[in-house]
Design a protein around this ligand. Structure first.
Ligand SMILES: [Zn+2]
Length: 313
């Protein structure tokens, strides 16, 4: 083998070694890239999953926002403004109010978000116990629901408004959008029942923190329009999107019912609230065991408002 052959052989070995090195570098690079991608994907997945959790919480809180500011919050002394108007004189702090165990009470069952396919059953149960209640309804063009507005009135209950759409974003966008919904709903209910409703319940309560419009302006609008709003001081615990049963409703009402001379109980009459229908009979029986009148809200009912009507100019 001459020196030229030796040189060629050396060069070939070097080329092979270079190629091997390149292949190894490429494979390591590829592996590192894949590992990096996996890590990035995992991080992204965790971020998205956390985001989904947050969104779910938001959806749940909006769905149950009628109960986010509830009678339960009166347990926290000081920060809460949940007051039964006629109880404020008994104590300066609503959180400490405990109404006499055997004292006579007026109890108001209120149903938000109807009419629904459950309304008829609710009306039947109320009839069965000869109890009157208050329905804060939303707007509907459907014939079967319009018929129920009429039935609520004809069966002796009070019909109140709960906004036409119950969509927070449009309802609470401005005083104008709020006023437009109120007028539209008032016109609809008057047309169907012959009565112009004067009663209103804010979706989420007057103390909701979702309104884009200043709640004081909305309250002033109601004030100027001769419309009275009622919140609640006792919750039925049926605002939740989670499942609940009769026991849960009775427990939720029991928690706060003893605190107020005028107890306004928040319940819901939507298509998903069949458990409320099931709980209604036992709930009425439990309430009738107290020294209490179960009534529909009328002009003489003491105000129960989270934000005091009088505090708004
Ligand atoms: Zn509602």
């Amino acid at each position: 083998m001459d020196s030229a052959d030796l040189k060629r052989q050396r060069e070939r070995k070097m080329r092979v070694a270079r190629m091997k090195r390149n292949i190894i570098v490429f494979v390591i690079g590829l592996l590192l890239t894949l590992v990096g991608l996996c890590i990035a994907l995992c991080v992204l997945m965790f971020q998205q999953s956390a985001r989904i959790d947050r969104l779910e919480e938001m959806i749940n809180s909006v769905a149950s926002s009628d109960a986010t500011v509830t009678g339960e919050s009166s347990d926290s002394a000081g920060g809460s403004t949940v007051l039964a108007a006629d109880n404020t004189t008994e104590s300066g702090d609503a959180g400490d109010i405990v109404y006499g165990v055997n004292a006579h009470q007026d109890i108001y069952l209120t149903f938000d978000d109807g009419p629904s396919d459950n309304t008829e059953a609710i009306l039947d149960i109320l009839d069965q116990y000869d109890v009157k209640a208050t329905f804060f309804v939303i707007g509907s063009k459907e014939k079967k629901y319009k018929k129920l507005y009429k039935e609520i009135v004809e069966r002796g209950h009070t019909i109140g408004m709960h906004s036409y759409t119950h969509k927070y974003s449009s309802l609470y966008d401005s005083v104008e959008s709020f006023a437009a919904e109120i007028t539209k709903e008032q016109d609809l209910i008057e047309k169907v029942t012959g009565l112009r409703p004067w009663l209103f319940r804010f979706p989420g309560g007057s103390s909701n923190d979702v309104s884009n419009a200043d709640m004081n302006d909305l309250i002033s609008y109601l004030n100027d329009s001769g419309i009275t709003y009622y919140d609640w001081n006792v919750v039925g615990g049926d605002a939740t999107s989670k499942s609940y049963n009769t026991k849960d409703v009775l427990k939720s009402v029991s928690n706060d019912i003893g605190k107020y001379k005028t107890a306004v109980i928040l319940l819901h009459d939507a298509n998903t609230k069949t458990a409320t229908v099931e709980a209604l009979g036992p709930l009425i029986e439990m309430l009738l065991e107290r020294d209490a009148d179960l009534k529909a809200i009328d002009e003489d009912t003491p105000l129960v408002q989270h934000i005091s009507y009088e505090s708004v100019e």
